[in-house]
Write a protein that binds this ligand. Structure first.
Ligand code: PRP
Ligand code: URA
Length: 212
């Protein structure tokens, strides 16, 4: 068991550029949704760097080429509803063979505690490398609860991928789940008195789905 999980901040210029427009209050729902998908895809590209490959040989029109393909590791993507749904298509564009599990959690607006309302997972979570996705890691309560739920279902390999984290959320997840590495595009300043990330992007679910 690791003492503390690792925190990776993706500083790729394309990710940072797109995140700027995601944050911008003037960005409308359609563009917001597209940008979240694009950043999720770029983050998936980074997070899959360590996937195992195996050697193969193919015949090109010119010669035989010794090359590589993915070694067939079983992956799972687990969005936390609702806002995590906004990242699914971007991730699945890169890893279409992954299975998708869903965990429905909302944060009680008064207590800020996560409330679970839905779950549907692949039946072989124990054999899959899971990536939990959610745009926002605020208090960390939702992510920590989702990861606990997955572990109770038998999951053994879990990573967490979010667009924006607050330091408080990173600490909560690292304390509760020291075996779960965290991948984000930015770590912001703090939480405000309503539990929103400052500077953040506002309410991710509302901005994705046009609700208020
Ligand atoms: C948001 C967000 C995370 C959670 C983060 O979801 O998508 O799931 O808040 O907050 P936390 O780290 O303090 O738990 P929300 O509860 O607003 O639900 P929604 O996705 O359905 O809008
Ligand atoms: N959930 C959001 O959607 N945004 C925040 O800033 C915090 C929690």
């Amino acid at each position: 068991m690791k003492i503390i999980s690792k925190l990776y901040v993706f500083d790729h210029p394309l990710i940072q550029h797109k995140l700027t427009y995601i944050r911008d209050v003037r960005t409308g729902t359609k563009e917001f949704r597209e940008l979240v998908q694009e950043v999720a895809m770029l983050m998936a590209y980074e997070i899959t760097r360590d996937l195992p490959v195996m050697d193969v040989t193919v015949q090109t029109p010119v010669a035989e080429a010794k090359t590589q393909v993915l070694a067939g590791k079983k992956l799972g993507v687990v969005p936390i509803l609702r806002a995590g749904l906004g990242m699914v298509d971007g991730v699945m564009k890169l890893i279409p063979a992954a299975k998708v599990g869903h965990i429905g959690l909302y944060r009680d607006p008064v207590t800020l505690q996560p409330v679970e309302y839905y779950s549907k997972l692949p039946n072989d979570v124990a054999e899959r490398d899971l990536i939990v996705i959610d745009p926002m890691l605020a208090t960390g309560g939702s992510a920590a609860a989702a990861i606990t739920f997955l572990k109770n279902q038998g999951a053994r390999s879990i990573r967490l991928m979010c667009l924006i984290a607050a330091p408080e959320g990173v600490q909560t997840v690292q304390t509760a789940h020291p075996d779960v590495d965290i991948y984000v595009a930015a770590v912001d300043e703090r939480l405000n008195e309503h539990g929103y990330i400052v500077q953040g992007l506002g309410d991710a679910g509302d901005r994705l789905f046009g609700t208020q």
